[in-house]
Design a protein around this ligand. Structure first.
Ligand code: NCD
Length: 311
């Protein structure tokens, strides 16, 4: 039962709950393609507090809420909220609690979403906290893998790029720990997965840990590419040392299996060249589109919306 629950980390969901959301996502997708109007969340209000840039995540949460019949209020910029006047997160959350039924928050500090749950009895959904977690991205990543390749079990999944600061990677690893997979970790040495995440990932599911993508590219069913999280570096020299250290281009993609996919949470900078976009294996825009039905499924469950209440 997800009703009334906050989702801050991927660890807040067990495997059966993850699968429950993925199942509900398929129904949401069908409703979307049939053009049926849903009223499951009529009268409910979502507050979106985005204290960090976002395009896909915020818009897909908002679109999801509208598609379910609910409405959205929100702050898209710190500048335009009272946080700019020095209001604490605690006070902001206490206020927003009175205005809404569910609070979606993105914040530059690790742990901010968890902190927010202490100041409200309303469910809080973490839309990304610093280099912490991004659980709804993971749900859409899992949904995409299943939809594109039929199942998650049995796959070899290679994660490429900034595995240190990338919150989508941290959440994805915690989720993949539930499945029969082999995960390769490909990154410059200074961008490896932090120990506090790695220790929660079973050794038996870990494949290669390498700097060299060529070692794993041919066996990969999923290549999950990430952006170097420039904004998280405290040492400019460290950032400079990893710029341009990997790039996925057309020639590289030609060495991949025919039935494989390239994913990316987006935004990309230069880590996938645009020539790859037309390859059928390039799944990243389809992946981004899955953000709406996945968030519809999750929000409907959290707010207790039932099928059957829709017209
Ligand atoms: C990611 C994020 O914000 O963590 N973007 C997203 O939500 N799709 C990835 C990133 O910013 O690189």
């Amino acid at each position: 039962m997800l009703e009334g629950r906050s989702i801050v980390s991927m660890e807040d969901l067990d495997k059966s709950e993850i699968l429950e959301v993925l199942e509900a996502t398929s129904s949401m997708e069908q409703a979307l393609t049939s053009g049926r109007r849903l009223h499951m969340l009529d009268g409910k209000i979502m507050a979106t507090l985005f204290f960090e840039p976002s395009t896909r995540t915020r818009l897909s949460f908002e679109s999801a809420m509208h598609r379910l019949g609910g409405s959205v209020i929100g702050v898209a910029e710190v500048k335009s909220s009272s946080v700019a006047k020095g209001e604490t997160l605690a006070d902001t959350i206490r206020m927003v609690e009175a205005y809404s039924d569910v609070i979606v928050i993105r914040h530059p500090q690790d742990g901010a979403a968890r902190l927010a749950t202490r100041f409200t009895s309303k469910p809080v959904i973490n839309a990304g906290d610093g280099s912490g977690q991004h659980p709804t991205q993971t749900l859409l990543d899992l949904y995409t893998i299943r939809k594109e390749l039929g199942s998650i079990d049995g796959l070899k999944i290679s994660l490429l790029g900034d595995l240190r600061f990338g919150r989508t990677v941290h959440s994805l690893l915690l989720a993949l720990a539930h499945f029969k997979v082999k995960v390769n970790l490909v990154s410059p040495p200074i961008l490896r997965v932090p120990n506090h995440i790695l220790e929660k990932f079973p050794d038996s599911k870990l494949g290669s840990v390498t700097e060299n993508l060529n070692e794993v590219i041919e066996e990969s069913d999923v290549l999950y590419v990430t952006r170097i999280q420039k904004e998280r570096f405290t040492d400019e020299a460290e950032y400079q040392s990893v710029i341009g250290s990997y790039s996925v281009n057309g020639a590289l993609v030609q060495t991949m299996k025919k039935k494989s996919i390239i994913m990316h949470p987006l935004p990309r900078v230069d880590e996938i060249s645009p020539e790859v976009d037309t390859d059928p294996r390039a799944a990243y825009f389809r992946q981004a589109a899955n953000g709406v039905p996945v968030r519809m499924a999750l929000v409907a469950k959290i707010l207790g919306g039932e099928y059957g209440t829709d017209a």
